[in-house]
Design a protein around this ligand. Structure first.
Ligand code: ADP
Ligand code: MG
Length: 697
């Protein structure tokens, strides 16, 4: 029997082919079902009617006002034309302004008729106004008005006259036409977790009778989403584990043992040892390893990478380490080639700027097997680069690389090499569980001994003198200093100027010291040269943009000043700060900001002064910004996008969904029972309907 929810949305009253096309283009809504799964993100409190006289402050919530238009006039011409209504509720008058669809609005609204106007009041030239509010028709009943959800919309839809109201009405129409609905979760799960049924949940979510019922309806819909997400992740991961043959590395041999007993520069931390054991165990199963190594900045991931590469060498294969920037690749190359020099291991560096001659040597040696370890940027995944026998790949700072690039490296061998992805961006557990669901995760949760946590200060621009004094003290102690400026695209010119001015000021203030200067628009060679001078201690101060953000290691640098700190996100500040505190000396990070900053921004900066724990910071970052913004999660490729669940705040439901998915797959690995078939059908339905949410405003 045909399911009414599969009906094309164009057949819905008031939609038609044109609007249907817009809906599909903007929100991927094609069917009645899609429409019902386009959930309100919040609900308007329609129990309160505001008085215009009571409007106050700079950040009013969206409110409703009841009254009449005193006048409606078109002002301005051409592109500047707008419709301005004076709206009075008896307590005061505000302006209601439309910039789009002016004619239609002018004809639509009448003076001396009561309307309920809903929107966010702002103050402009001493007068309150609402731009493009929702206006309920004179005849709207209380019930119609009250249960209104706020639906996510795009700018284009808004301009074409769609409003939350359109969605609300459409959902109601579908719900009243719908007699029953096929459950999307197996009855056994609904029963065991006491979830609300699908039909009821959909009704409640678009039209909540009480907050308690709404809560249960949302839980049900979130669980549904997260459960299928986990089911997909878990089953793929099981499949991969069972199916993917990998190199079998049974031996710990000469290279590893000699290095470990004779050339290890310092004893490993407990966490480093544990992670190496985990990797060794993976490599000895005969299945391909796919492991994510999370370790805060400075936790010593490089050494873990090296030791595990030696295991690959001991088993007769080659290893490759890929880093996101030339500077980082070079630094890895220098560290690693120095460490293994006594072992007679052939290590080479391949980046975009490697000369042809050196490149040819690398190509030849890779193919005849005499090159053991290749370190480089994404130049290592070019098609020309062919290994004789690549057994192990380490990818550093993974969020800079896309999944597609990873896949390319894998494709270089008939047997898939083991893969270790290293990241310093600590990802909260529930997010890792989802985003990296098919990777195994190792964590270095311990810093090398003797590290003192970086002391972080928040300072206002007018107290710059105190900052300079601090810099002076550190320089006199023989330490080095980073000064970081933001550089973001929209404002590139302006930013470059403030960077240059900063550079001049610093040079004049610290005449006895040498100052290097780096930004992203320099030629790579020039950048590397300047960075090199700082890394070797020849220059004392490095004035730069965020190009130093990732991985650079200069232990003698003890102070970092971050200018315009208010313009950075938490995770980025944490990454930057990780450049200091890498030696045994007490290090400092000074966050400079103007005095007038938004409350959220201040909270963010104050958190930085209180903790150096990357996980605490990542968690807070995710709470403040939502998981979509966490670096690396956009390209991580969830199999379908989430309409209602939030990985940042729904951690408990993620856990619940995961447990259930594991239970289901343990009992019915092939999803072959009748409930299994139901779940498979729902899963493929979800996966085929992937939406692009990036345009939602
Ligand atoms: P990250 O995890 O940020 O990549 P690195 O691998 O660059 O960190 O290591 C940071 C610093 O700590 C380096 O100077 C490295 O030599 C040092 N280090 C690494 N492991 C240890 C250890 N077990 N004991 C002392 N210092 C260590
Ligand atoms: Mg590193």
């Amino acid at each position: 029997m045909a399911d009414i929810l599969d009906t094309d949305i164009k057949f819905l009253k008031g939609i038609g082919p044109k609007r249907a096309e817009l809906l599909e283009k903007n929100l991927g809504i094609r069917t009645y079902r899609d429409m019902l799964y386009h959930f309100p993100t919040s609900y308007v409190d329609r129990s309160t009617v505001w008085r215009i006289a009571d409007f106050a402050g700079s950040d009013m919530p969206s409110v409703q006002v009841k009254g009449r238009f005193v006048s409606l006039t078109v002002q301005g011409e051409g592109a500047r034309a707008r419709l301005v209504g004076l709206f009075s509720d008896g307590s005061g008058v505000m302006e209601v302004v439309w910039f789009k669809r002016i004619r239609a609005m002018r004809e639509h609204y009448l003076t001396s008729t009561d309307y309920v106007v809903f929107g966010k009041p702002t103050q402009f030239n001493g007068r309150w106004s609402m731009v493009h509010p929702e206006v309920d028709p004179p005849g709207a009943t209380a019930a119609q008005i009250e249960s209104r959800g706020v639906y996510p919309l795009t700018e284009q839809l808004r301009n074409r006259g769609f409003s939350s109201r359109t969605f609300s009405v459409a959902a109601q129409d579908i719900l009243s036409a719908m007699r029953s609905v096929d459950e999307t979760l197996p009855p056994s799960i609904i029963a065991s977790l006491g979830l609300m049924g699908l039909g009821e949940a959909l009704r409640v979510i678009h039209n909540p009778p009480t907050p308690a019922q709404l809560e249960r309806a949302r839980l049900r819909m979130k669980f549904e989403e997260l459960f299928y997400l986990q089911l997909d992740i878990q089953s793929r991961s099981r499949h991969r584990h069972a199916a993917t043959q990998g190199f079998y590395f049974p031996r710990i041999g000469q290279y590893f043992n000699t290095f470990y007993s004779e050339f290890l520069p310092f004893p490993l931390t407990g966490a480093q040892k544990r992670v190496i054991r985990e990797i060794r165990a993976d490599m000895a199963t005969g299945r391909q390893m796919n492991r994510l190594l999370q370790g805060d900045v400075g936790s010593g991931k490089t050494l873990v990478a090296l030791l595990t590469m030696l295991i690959a060498l001991d088993n007769g294969t080659q290893a490759c380490l890929m880093a996101p920037t030339e500077i980082l690749a070079t630094q890895h190359y220098e560290t690693i080639s120095q460490l293994v020099a006594p072992l007679g291991i052939n290590v080479k560096l391949l980046t975009g700027s490697t000369r042809k001659k050196a490149r040819d040597v690398i190509h030849t040696q890779l193919q005849d097997g005499s090159l053991h370890i290749l370190i480089g940027t994404h130049a290592v995944i070019e098609d020309k680069v062919k290994f004789k026998n690549l057994g192990f790949i380490v990818i550093d700072e993974q969020h800079r690389f896309g999944v597609a690039q990873r896949a390319r490296l894998w494709g270089k061998n008939s047997i898939l090499p083991h893969v270790l992805v290293m990241t310093a961006t600590p990802i909260p557990r529930t997010l890792a569980m989802t985003v990296y669901g098919d990777l195994d995760v190792s964590v270095i949760d311990e810093l090398p001994p003797g590290r003192k946590p970086v002391q972080t200060l928040l300072r206002y621009d007018e107290d710059r003198f105190a900052t300079y004094q601090g810099i002076g003290r550190q320089l006199r102690l023989g330490r080095q200093v980073y000064i970081v400026y933001p550089l973001i695209d929209e404002n590139e010119k302006l930013d470059l100027r403030s960077l240059e001015e900063g550079y001049d000021t610093i040079r004049e203030t610290f005449r006895d010291y040498r100052v290097a200067y780096v930004h992203g628009r320099m030629k790579p060679e020039e950048k590397d040269y300047q960075m090199g001078l700082f890394a070797s201690g020849e220059t004392h101060i490095l004035v730069s943009t965020t190009v130093i953000e990732v991985g650079v290691n200069v232990p003698n640098a003890t102070t970092m000043v971050i200018e315009n700190a208010e313009r950075f996100g938490l995770s980025q500040l944490h990454q930057l700060r990780g450049r200091v505190g890498r030696g045994g000396e007490q290090s400092y990070c000074v966050l400079m900001t103007k005095r007038n900053i938004a409350r959220d921004t201040r909270k963010r900066l104050e958190l930085m002064t209180r903790t150096t724990d990357g996980f605490v910071i990542a968690e807070a970052d995710m709470q403040m910004r939502g998981p979509g913004d966490i670096e690396g999660t956009q390209q991580s490729g969830l199999p379908f996008s989430l309409n209602i669940a939030n990985l940042a705040t729904d951690g408990q439901i993620v856990q619940m969904a995961r447990d259930k998915a594991v239970e289901v797959l343990d009992a019915d690995p092939l999803l072959a029972t009748s409930e299994g078939v139901l779940m498979r059908r729902q899963l493929s339905r979800l996966i085929s309907r992937t939406r692009d949410w990036s345009r939602i405003s």
